[in-house]
Design a protein around this ligand. Structure first.
Ligand code: PLP
Length: 387
């Protein structure tokens, strides 16, 4: 108990103690906390679908028809017709033969890492790869080799050296499509070529690319034209698609292998059918309301050029995630608090989520933001620079 309170005290002392705010309304451009409205630049609801009337309508109907809970794992009696339809729609959307649903992206990543690697194998992961991927690698007992962020040379050096000594072992190369804290894209064409050269299986986690990057938001893998060289693609519904849950897409033998062997697939309750309905509607909306993605892209461009004019330190990013790098933890905390007092919510990202000295505001744009609202944010940032 003593070590627990000591660890908590240490977090506070470092200014890294985190706390939760209670949201009093639906997710959207405006969010209400403690009876005050804030302009929201902090969510992953990039297309504004989390509270979209069509998703509410279809999932309500699905609740009426299918009930609330799925009642069991997919392999028992929890695999509903709508799960099945969503898997087929996802396969088509991603340009893959097949897709499988998972309850969360976290679990999908645990499943991928533990099913396709194990003791004696190796996983080559981008240094900024998501915590769920790293946890999966740990659980798999495979060797973890981290390559510098988006550094293909480093990846190739590590992979070539290992492959020479381990001609028969399995190797995975793991990266995010769009990086969750930096917003930049992985150079998937080059990474895919390296993975192929050394007989490693490429896994792409495109949680932040699906719905945002490429034609109709089909994601980074589709956008880079590396579908055929990316055996395992993972995406989630909790971000741009506005819902909850995740999927893995790929060829039938790999998908079947997951169904038969992946513990985070087998030993958990299937997602609520109404959530699958919501995801199905979200996929349809990507086609029916292309203006959402167009708006989002306009707001991204507006923010980028405005922030560049201010001379803020950005990271080159085509995604909805636009970090403003402030470096020092205290500075990031102060900027976040000042914006908050002005009625603007932004993510303040500090260690251990990012490296020391890399603290930042994580600005995320939303298709429903009005140009004037982005201007409000830019104006407030300008004020902070001179404050
Ligand atoms: C959010 C996220 C996940 C986890 O997805 P959940 O469905 O929220 O569990 C995995 N990988 C990345 C890159 C993410 O941003």
């Amino acid at each position: 108990m003593q070590s627990i309170t000591a660890a908590l005290d240490e977090r506070r002392r470092q200014g890294l103690y985190r706390s939760r705010r209670v949201l009093q309304c639906a997710q959207g451009v405006w969010v209400r906390y403690e009876d005050r409205d804030y302009l929201n630049f902090g969510s992953n609801n990039y297309l504004g679908l989390a509270n979209h009337p069509a998703l509410i309508q279809s999932s309500s109907t699905s609740l009426q028809q299918n009930g609330v809970g799925s009642g069991a794992a997919h392999l028992l009696c929890g695999h509903f017709q709508v799960h099945h339809e969503l898997e087929q729609a996802l396969a088509q959307f991603t340009g893959r033969a097949q897709a499988l649903l998972f309850s969360t992206g976290y679990m999908a990543n645990l499943a991928l890492m533990t099913t396709f690697s194990g003791k004696g194998d190796a996983v080559f992961a981008d240094r900024l790869a998501h915590a769920s991927l790293l946890d999966g690698i740990r659980l798999s007992q495979a060797k973890l080799r981290r390559f510098d962020h988006n550094d293909c040379k480093h990846l190739e050096t590590l992979l070539a050296a290992w492959r020479e000594k381990n001609p028969r072992r399995r190797a995975l190369v793991v990266t995010e499509g769009v990086f969750s804290m930096d917003g930049d894209c992985a150079p998937l064409d080059r990474i895919a070529a390296i993975a192929q050269r050394y007989r490693a299986m490429l896994v792409v986690d495109d949680a932040h690319g699906i719905g945002v990057i490429g034609e109709q938001g089909r994601g980074c893998v589709h956008h880079h034209g590396v579908n055929n060289q990316t055996p395992l693609l993972m995406g989630t519904f909790g971000k741009a698609l506005g819902g909850f849950g995740a999927f893995v897409a790929g060829d039938p033998p790999l998908m079947d292998y997951i169904v038969q062997f992946a513990r985070p697939y087998m030993y958990t309750t299937a997602p609520p059918p109404a959530m699958a309905t919501a995801a199905l509607t979200a996929l349809q909306l990507l086609q029916q309301e292309p203006w959402r993605l167009e708006n989002l892209r306009r707001r991204i461009a507006q923010f980028q050029s405005g922030a560049q004019n201010l001379g803020l330190r950005l990271i080159e990013s085509d995604s909805a995630i636009q970090p403003v790098i402030l470096g020092d933890t205290d500075v990031a905390t102060r900027w976040g608090e000042t914006l908050w007092k002005q009625g603007i919510y932004t993510g303040v990202v500090r260690p251990p989520t990012v490296a020391m000295g890399q603290s930042r505001l994580r600005i995320s744009l939303n298709a429903d933001h009005q140009p004037e609202q982005v201007d409000i944010l830019l104006h407030a940032l300008a004020g902070l620079q001179h404050g």
